[in-house]
Design a protein around this ligand. Structure first.
Ligand code: KG4
Ligand code: ZN
Length: 399
C-alpha cells in the first residue's frame, strides 16, 4: 500500500511517501521518498515557535515539498489530467483559510495529475492548531482531488511507531535493533511538548501512566538554553556543552547541583518547571557567567533532567510486564540520554530497546505514515474520503 503522509504540527513541514506491507501489528515499512523543511531559522529570532509564522511557512512549503516527493519518486506513475470547474471551486473552499496555499495548489498540483497512491495520512494533533490545520486542509484537498481515503494520525503515536522502518532497506532511517515491536511495551516520549510514559498493552492500545505536570523536558532544555544565552533551539546546544564537560572529566561542584523534581515520588508523573527555576535562581545568584560556569550549568542541568527520565523509566520496567522499551521524540536525539538508556538496558537484558535514528527522532512525516498505515490496516472501513469524516485539528489530542 502506498501512503503519502503529511506533518505540520509544529515547526517542521514534512511529507513522505511510504510503501507498506503486512498487518497492523507487524508492518513492513519502506520509505520511498521524504522531504522536510525545518523552520528553525524563521523562529530563532522569537526564541521559540511562533504559531502564526509556523502556519504561514507551512502554507508556503507544502506544495514544493509535495512536488519534491512525487517528481523524484519513480513509483508514483503520474498521469496528467485537468480538474473540472467544480473540483477547482471545492478545493478553493477547502483551502480558503490557509493563506496562499490555494494559489500554489492551483499552479502546481492541478497540473500534476493523479499519482498512484492508496491513502493520505495527516497529523491532526497534538500540536499548534493553526499549524495542524494547514496540513489537514492540504490533505483534504488532495484526498478530494485524487479520490483516496484520508487517515488522521496522532503525532505521539507517530513517535511511538517511528522505530518500525525497515532496517535492511533503509539503514539511514532504520531504528536501532530489530524493526519489530513485541508487546506489551513501555514508551517514553520526550519532546518539546510532551514528557510521557505510556504502557502499550497491545498494538495501538495505550495507557498513559505518567506525564509532565508542567513543562516538557525538551521545553526545559530550550528554556535553560535561553537562560544561558545559547542559540535556539537550545536542546542540542546544551547537549554539546554537557558532552564537552563530560569529555574533559569535569566534576560538578556541590553548589551547581540541581534538584531532580519528583524523582522519589511514587507517581510516574514528571515536573520540569522547578528544575528550570532552580537554574534561573542560580544564574541570578552568580551574576556574570564565565564560559566554564555555563558549561557546568548545562552539564548539571542535563544530568538532573535525564536522571529523572531514567529513574522513572526503570520503575516502569520494574512494575509493568514489558517486552520492548521504545523511546521517541526530539529529546532522544540527545547523546547522553541514549547512553543512559543503553546502560539501563543492561539491567533488563530480556527487554528489547528500540530507539529511532536521529533523523526519525525529531518531527518528520515518515512516522506519521507508519502510524497511518497501522491505523488503516486495523480498521479500513473507518477511513474514507475526506468529506465523510469530520477531521479537525486538536491541539491537545491524547493517545
Ligand atoms: O519531537 P520534536 O522534534 O518536536 C516536538 O514534537 O516537540 O522535539 C523537539 C524538542 C526540542 O525541545 C529540542 O530542544 C529537543 O527536542 N531536542 C533535544 C536535542 N535535540 C532536540 N533536547 C536535548 N538534546 C538534544 N540533542
Ligand atoms: Zn514531535
Amino acid at each position: 500500500m502506498k501512503i503519502l503522509s503529511i506533518e505540520t504540527s509544529c515547526d517542521e513541514t514534512a511529507i513522505a511517501l511510504l510503501s507498506c506491507e503486512g498487518s497492523y501489528d507487524a508492518p513492513t515499512i519502506n520509505v520511498t521518498n521524504q522531504a522536510l523543511y525545518s523552520q528553525v531559522k524563521e523562529h530563532a529570532p522569537f526564541g521559540g515557535v511562533f504559531p502564526a509564522l509556523a502556519k504561514r511557512e507551512h502554507a508556503k512549503n507544502l506544495v514544493p515539498l509535495l512536488l519534491e516527493v512525487l517528481t523524484t519518486a519513480k513509483e508514483t506513475g503520474i498521469n496528467k489530467s485537468t480538474p473540472t470547474l467544480e473540483q477547482r471551486e471545492r478545493i478553493q473552499e477547502i483551502l480558503s483559510q490557509e493563506g496562499g496555499l490555494f494559489e500554489l495548489f492551483e499552479k502546481h498540483v492541478f497540473t500534476l495529475g493523479r499519482p498512484s497512491l492508496d491513502a493520505i495520512a495527516v497529523t491532526n494533533g497534538p500540536g499548534l492548531e493553526p499549524a495542524l490545520w494547514v496540513g489537514i486542509s492540504f490533505a483534504k484537498a488532495l484526498s478530494y482531488l485524487w479520490d483516496i481515503p484520508i487517515i488522521p494520525v496522532n503525532h505521539m503515536e507517530g513517535h511511538v511507531l517511528s522505530v518500525l522502518v525497515n532496517r535492511e532497506r533503509h539503514p539511514h532511517f532504520a531504528s536501532r535493533g530489530t524493526h519489530l515491536i513485541t508487546y506489551p511495551a513501555i514508551a517514553l516520549l520526550v519532546s518539546g511538548g510532551h514528557t510521557e510514559l505510556v504502557h502499550v498493552k497491545e498494538p495501538l492500545v495505550y495507557e498513559t501512566i505518567g506525564e509532565t505536570r508542567d513543562d516538557a523536558v525538551g521545553e526545559a532544555f530550550d528554556k535553560v538554553a535561553r537562560l544561558l544565552s545559547l542559540p535556539y533551539p537550545g536542546g542540542p546546544e546544551i547537549s554539546k556543552l554537557a558532552q564537552a564537560s563530560r569529555a574533559d572529566g569535569e566534576i560538578v561542584p556541590p553548589n551547581l547541583v540541581f534538584p531532580r523534581p519528583m524523582i522519589a515520588s511514587d507517581s510516574f508523573d514528571f515536573s520540569y518547571a522547578g528544575l528550570k527555576t532552580a537554574v534561573l535562581y542560580k544564574i541570578r545568584e552568580l551574576g556574570e557567567l564565565t564560559e566554564e560556569t555555563k558549561r557546568l550549568i548545562a552539564r548539571s542541568f542535563e544530568d538532573a533532567a535525564i536522571d529523572v527520565l531514567i529513574t522513572k523509566t526503570r520503575r516502569a520496567l520494574d512494575e509493568f510486564d514489558t517486552k520492548t522499551l521504545i523511546v521517541g521524540g526530539g529529546v532522544i536525539a540527545n547523546t547522553y540520554l541514549r547512553e543512559r538508556l543503553e546502560a539501563l538496558h543492561e539491567d533488563f537484558p530480556h527487554i528489547t530497546l528500540l530507539l529511532p535514528t536521529r533523523e526519525l527522532s525529531t518531527d518528520n512525516a515518515i512516522m506519521i505514515g507508519i502510524a497511518g498505515y497501522a491505523r488503516y490496516m486495523k480498521n479500513k472501513d473507518a477511513y474514507t474520503a475526506f468529506d465523510t469524516q469530520d477531521i479537525r485539528a486538536n491541539g491537545t489530542l491524547s493517545l
